[in-house]
Design a protein around this ligand. Sequence first.
Ligand code: NAP
Ligand code: MN
Length: 270
Amino acid sequence: MKYCVVDRGDEISQELAVQFHKLASRYNMVLDEQFPEVVLSIGGDGTFLQAFHRFEPDLGEKVAYVGIHTGRLGFFADWKPDEIEHLAELMNTASQENELRTVQYPLVEIQITTEAGIETHLAVNEFTLKGIDGTLVAQININDEMFEMFRGDGICISTPSGSTAYNKSLGGAIIHPSVESIQIAEIASLNNRVYRTLGSSMVLPKHHHCDIYPQSDKRLLLSLDHLSMQLNDLISIRCRVADQKINFSRFRPFPFWSRVREAFIGFDVK
Ligand code: NAP
Ligand code: MN
C-alpha cells in the first residue's frame, strides 16, 4: 500500500509521523508523497483540510483519508495518538486483503465565472463569499429562478461534513453526510422593511443548483475551507453538490451522531 503522512508541524504530531513511518516500513507500506492511496493526517481538522487540498486536484477519488487527532477529537481526525500501532496494523490487514473499506462523503462544487473565464473548485467543509469593503449585495437564484436579493456580511455554503463547522456557528442545521446536499446559511443578513431575505438556512438536494450574482463591483473575499482569495471581477458563482466525493478509510465504525455528541455535548452531561 502506498501512503503519505501530513502532520500539523507541532512536536507531538511530528513525533507521531516518525513513529508511523517506522510502523509502516515494518508492514512493507511504501511512502509515496505524490500518488498515495492512503493519506494519514496527524493534527486537527484543519490539518486534514490542508491534506485534502494538497491531494484532491491530482488524485481526486483515488485517495482515501484517515486522521489521528493530537488535540481534541476531530470530525476528520478521529483516531487517538495511542492507537497508532493498532491503526497501522489495521491498515496492513486491509491492504493484504485488498479491501480498504471506505465511506464517501459529499463535497460542494463551485464554478466561479469572472471576466477571465470559469474556474471550478471543491470544498470539504464550505465556501463563503463576503464583501471586503462592506455589505455584500448579491442576487441569489435557485435552479435558475430569482430567489432573493441578499444584503449582509456574506453567504456560507456547506457540505454535510462541514455542517458542524462554520455553518453551525451561523445557526445552520447539522446534516448527516449520507444526505447528499448543500446548505446555504446567511452571515448576518440585513432584514428590515426595505431589505428581505429568507432568514433560515436552506438545504438543497443533489441536482439543484444555486447561483450568486454580486450586484456591485466591490472587492469580494471568497473562502474555500481554510483557503481564501480576493476577487475583483466576479460575475457569478454556481454551487451544487459535486459529482466527486471524498473517501475516508473506516477501519472501525464511528457513527457521525456519536462524533457530534462527543464534540458538542460531551459524554459526562446528564
Ligand atoms: P481554525 O480557525 O483552526 O478552525 C476553526 C475550528 O473549526 C477548529 O477548531 C477546527 O478544528 C474546526 N473544524 C474544522 N472543520 C470542522 C468540521 N468539519 N466540523 C467541526 N469543526 C471543524 O481553521 P482551520 O482549522 O483551518 O479550519 C478551517 C475551518 O474553520 C473552515 O472550513 C470553517 O468551517 C471554520 N471556520 C469557522 C468559523 C466560525 O465558526 N465562526 C469562522 C471561520 C472558519 P481543529 O482545531 O481540529 O483544526
Ligand atoms: Mn485548526
